[in-house]
Design a protein around this ligand. Sequence first.
Ligand SMILES: Nc1nc2c(c(=O)[nH]1)N[C@H]1C(S)=C(S)[C@@H](COP(=O)(O)OP(=O)(O)OC[C@H]3O[C@@H](n4cnc5c(=O)[nH]c(N)nc54)[C@H](O)[C@@H]3O)O[C@H]1N2
Ligand SMILES: Nc1nc2c(c(=O)[nH]1)N[C@H]1C(S)=C(S)[C@@H](COP(=O)(O)OP(=O)(O)OC[C@H]3O[C@@H](n4cnc5c(=O)[nH]c(N)nc54)[C@H](O)[C@@H]3O)O[C@H]1N2
Ligand SMILES: [Mo]
Length: 815
Amino acid sequence: MTELSRRSFLKGAGATAGALAITSVVPFSAQAATPPGKAVLTAGRWGAILVEAKDGKIISSTNALPQTVPNSLQTTSADQVHTQARIKYPMVRKGYLANPLQPDGRRGNDEFVRVSWEEALKLVHEQHARIRKENGAESVFAGSYGWRSSGVLHKAQTLLQRYMSMAGGYSGHLGDYSTGAAQIIMPHVIGSIEVYEQQTTYPIIMEHSDVVVMWGINPLNTLKIAWSSTDGTGLEFFNQLKSSKKTIIAIDPMRSETIEFFGDQAQWIAPHPGTDVAMMLGIAHALVQTKKHDKAFIDKYTTGYDLFEQYLLGESDGVAKTPAWAEAICGVSAKQIELLAEIFSQHRTMLMAGWGIQRQQYGEQKHWMLVTLASMLGQIGLPGGGFGFSYHYSNGGNPTRDAGVLPAISADIAGASSAGNDWAVSGAINSFPVARIVEALENPGGKYQHNGHELTFPKVKMIWWAGGGNFTHHQDTNRLIKAWQKLDLVVISEPYWTAAAKHADIVLPITTSLERNDLTMTGDYSNQHLVPMKQVVPPQFEARNDFDVFADMAELLKAGGREVYTEGKNEMDWLASFYKEAQKLGRQNRISMPNFGAFWSKNQLIEMKANAKNAKYVRYAEFRADPAVNPLGTPSGKIEIYSRTIEGFKYADCPAHPTWLPPTEWVGVAKDGELQLMTSHAAHRLHSQLNYAKLREQYAVADREPIWINTEDAKANGIANGDLVRAYNARGQVLVGALVTDGIKQGSVCIHEGAWPDLDKKTGICKNGGANVLTADIPTSRLANGCAANSSLVKIEKYKGEVLPLTAFTPPLGA
Ligand SMILES: Nc1nc2c(c(=O)[nH]1)N[C@H]1C(S)=C(S)[C@@H](COP(=O)(O)OP(=O)(O)OC[C@H]3O[C@@H](n4cnc5c(=O)[nH]c(N)nc54)[C@H](O)[C@@H]3O)O[C@H]1N2
Ligand SMILES: Nc1nc2c(c(=O)[nH]1)N[C@H]1C(S)=C(S)[C@@H](COP(=O)(O)OP(=O)(O)OC[C@H]3O[C@@H](n4cnc5c(=O)[nH]c(N)nc54)[C@H](O)[C@@H]3O)O[C@H]1N2
Ligand SMILES: [Mo]
C-alpha cells in the first residue's frame, strides 16, 4: 500500500491539464462489430455476444462490440448450455410426491423422481389452488427476487407474477439486496434514490474532475454486467481514466481487481471494513478545523448542518470526531485523513461510492455521510464535482441516447379487468423488504417497523421462485434452511441444480437465453443499442421457456387462461410487437429502424444516436443554479443533513443525522482470532450464475472458493497459500482455499458472494465455500431493512478433517 503523500498527490495534479485534451469517452461504433460467418448475435448481462454452434453444440462465444478491457463472462455460453449441472426433466421430491398434503420435513435431504411436464404442472396447480383456497392469496410468495437472464420477453420473475396475478394475487417483495439501505435513506436526504440514476457523465468527469475517489467501488468487476445488458462504456471509461493523469484515490479494505488494474496510477487507502463513516467524520472534522468547509454552500443548499456539526465537534456527545479519533476506528492515519480533507477541498473532486459499504449493519449511514461530506466540500452540481453512486454500475456515466427503446412484458394483463372477463386479477397484496424473507417465514403475521411504518408479515405457505438464486443470495444459509422446512410447497423454475432447486419439492427445467429468442437494450441509462437475442441451439433435454410454462399454468386456472396470459401471441409475435413500439419511439427521435423482419434476419444490432446535450449532463446543476425554482424532493427542498422525518421515527439504529454506530460484529470487537468477513461481488461470476463454468478453474484454490487472507493473519493461524481452510462461526462453517496476500487489510478476510451452497450431510460444512453460510441475517436498520451481509466475524483454521469431495454441481440423487 502506498502512503498518499503531498508530493505524490501534486505529481498527479500537475499533470491534470493534460487530461483536458480528452473531452469524451470514445463512443463505440456498432459497425466495428462484424459478425464472422455463422456466428449468431445474442446478448447476456455481459453485453452483446457472438456465439458459434456446430451440430447443436456451442463451440465459442465472444464480444460483439469492440472493447479494450476483456470481459471473461462473455466466454461462458457453451458452459451455460452444456454443463452437467443442468436440470434435464421435471422432478418431484420423493417424499413430496408420496404425500403432498403432509410433506415430510426433508427438503434438501431427499431424492428426486422424474415426472412428465403434464404431471408436474398438474401437481403444482392442484396444490397451489388448495393452499390459496385454504390460506388466501397472501400465503403465496411470488416475490422471486433475482437476476434471471437478459431479455424483454423471457423475464422469469415478471412471467411468474403475471400468472400469479391471474390466480388472484400474491405476496411480493420491496426493494432489493443491492442497495436496500441507500435507496430508502437517500429520498429522505436528497429527494431521489440516487443509486439508479444517470450520473454526471463520463465525458464531463474526464474534462473537469481533478481528483476521482473510488470509495468502495470495484468497477473492473462490476461493470462487466448491466441489468439489461452492458454497453461496454463503463469499462472503457475506467480504462481511459487510468491514463488520464488525474489523481485517483481508492478507498477499499481490499486491493481489488480495479486497484490492481490502476497500479501506480491510483493511491490505495485501506480502512477497516465497515468504518467508512468514522473515516468520513474525521475528514469532515479536519475541514472544519482548517475552515475549508464551504459555508456558503451549506447555508444555501442544505438544512440541519448545525445539529450535525455539534455532533461532529463533540458538543452534543462529548466526543470530537477528530482525525485521531477516526484513526483509532478505521485504521487510516490521522495524517492521511487530514491530507484527504485538503485534497478534496482544494480541487475539483468526484466522490464515486459503491454499495458494498451499505450492505452492512447501519448501512444507511454510509451514503448519508458521503452526501454530507460532499455538501461540506460544496461541489455538488458543478461539472466533475460532488458525489455519484452509480459510476460502477450499469454504465451510470454513459449519456442517454436518443433511442427507440423497447418495452417489456409486464405482470399486468392488458385490459384484464376492463376486458369484461371475470379473472380475479390482483398484483402483490402484501410485500415485505426483500432481505427480511427468513424473518417473515419465522414470524408469520408478525409486526415490524419499516421506514416509519408498522407493517405485518404475511403467513407464507408456498413459494415459487423463478429467476433468482435465493439459497446463494440470502444470509445465514442454515437459518434459511430451517425456516424453509415450515412451508407446504416450494417450486423452483431453474436451468440448473442450484442449492435452491435441491431444496425444493417440485423442480421445473427452464431454457437458458441461448435456447430461445428475445430482444434487449444495452446500457441501462444509455439505451445505446438494441440487440437481437437470437436462439443459438434448441432447448436442451426437456427444458421449456418460463413463458410457455406459465401459459400452460394459466390454462389450468381456467379454460381460456392461456389466451389471456399470452394475449394470443407467441414468442416471435411478442418480439415483433415490442420492436414495433421501439420503432415508433425511434421515429419520434428521428432514428430510422428497419422493419422487424429485415432487422431480425440481418443478425445486426442497432446503435442509437448520441445526444450532444445529454453528453454534458451534470447531476444537480439545476438545483445549484436555482434551488428555489428547482427544489429537491425532500421536505425542505434542500439536502437534509438532519432529517426531522427520521427524527420522528425514533429509531435507535437510524438516528436523525449521519452517525458512527459501531456494528454488533466488526473488527473493533473481534476476539480470539476473529476476523471480519467481506463478501464482495466476484470477477468471474454474476452472483451464483456461472459458478459451474470453466472460468472457475482460474480462481478456485484447492478446488474451492478462495478466501483472501492477509499475510500476517495467515501466519498467525498457520495457514499457507493454497491450503484448504475451514472458516467458521456460530452460524456455520465452510471449506475454502487460502489466497494469502498483502492485498487485504489485516484483520479481515474476503469470500466473494455467490458460490453455491454444498452442505455435507454428515458435518454440515459447506464444501464449496458459500459465503452466506457465515453471514448474519440482520437488517441494516429498521429504517430500510436492507441486506447487511458484510457485518460478520469469522475464524479460520487449516482444515485437517477428512477429504470432502465437491458436490455443488452434481445433480441430486434420482436426477
Ligand atoms: N453475502 C452477500 N450476499 C449477497 C450479496 C453480497 O454482496 N454479499 N449481494 C446481494 C445482491 S446485491 C444481489 S443483487 C443478490 C443476487 O442474487 P440473485 O439475483 O438471486 O443471484 P443470481 O445468481 O443471479 O440468480 C439468478 C438465478 O436465476 C437463474 N436463471 C437465469 N436465467 C433464468 C431464466 O430465464 N429463467 C429462470 N427460471 N431462471 C433463470 C440462474 O440460474 C440463477 O440461479 O445477492 C445478494 N446476496
Ligand atoms: N462481475 C460482476 N459484476 C457485478 C455483479 C457480480 O456479481 N459480478 N453484481 C452486480 C450487482 S447485482 C450489484 S448490486 C453490484 C454490486 O456493486 P457493489 O456493491 O459496489 O460491489 P461489492 O463488490 O459489494 O463492493 C465493491 C467494493 O467495495 C469494497 N468494500 C467492501 N466493504 C467495504 C467497506 O467497508 N469500506 C470500503 N471503503 N470499501 C468496502 C469491496 O472490497 C469492493 O472492492 O455489482 C453488479 N456487477
Ligand atoms: Mo445487486
